[in-house]
Write a protein that binds this ligand. Structure first.
Ligand code: HEM
Length: 119
């Protein structure tokens, strides 16, 4: 399940960056729409695999709850950046917040004991 979780968010981040940067700048609305639809499917994969890990028998403590909240926040910032960029609004602050939250999510995920990258 960890591999499915990692694959899901890795693909989602790549799709997100493509939709929010290249496709947005090029004004390719139709392609962006399709990439966004696929991206939303991957949000679902992230959530399903994340919750399956969460309910796989670990003791759910504050760190696990924090991991889940950070994961959901990461997805939230991706959606926010996409929504704002398609309206042509500036996103500098949201990119910074996204990168910080993403870093914390990955860091905490790797610290927790189930993963293949557990320190
Ligand atoms: C974009 C969002 C997300 C990212 C980047 C992310 C990242 C990660 C990473 C790096 C790991 C560790 C994998 C490893 O060490 O091999 C992990 C594990 C995990 N993630 Fe996520 N995650 C995200 C969303 C979520 C969500 C929404 C949940 C909701 C419940 C969740 C729950 C978990 C759980 C329970 C684990 C296992 C922790 C453990 O090792 O015991 N994640 N995640």
């Amino acid at each position: 399940m960890t591999h499915a979780h990692i694959t899901s968010w890795a693909v989602a981040i790549i799709l997100f960056v493509i939709a929010a940067t290249i496709l947005n700048k090029a004004g390719k609305e139709k392609s962006q729409k399709i990439v966004k639809m696929v991206l939303r499917l991957f949000y679902l994969f992230i959530l399903v695999t994340g919750f399956l890990l969460l309910f796989s028998g670990v003791t759910i403590d504050g760190e696990y709850i924090g991991k889940a909240i950070l994961g959901v926040l990461t997805i939230g910032f991706m959606e926010m950046i996409l929504a704002r960029s398609s309206k042509g609004k500036s996103n500098g602050l949201f990119w910074i917040l996204f990168i910080v939250v993403l870093g914390l999510t990955i860091g905490l995920g790797m610290k927790l004991p189930l993963g293949i990258w557990h320190f």
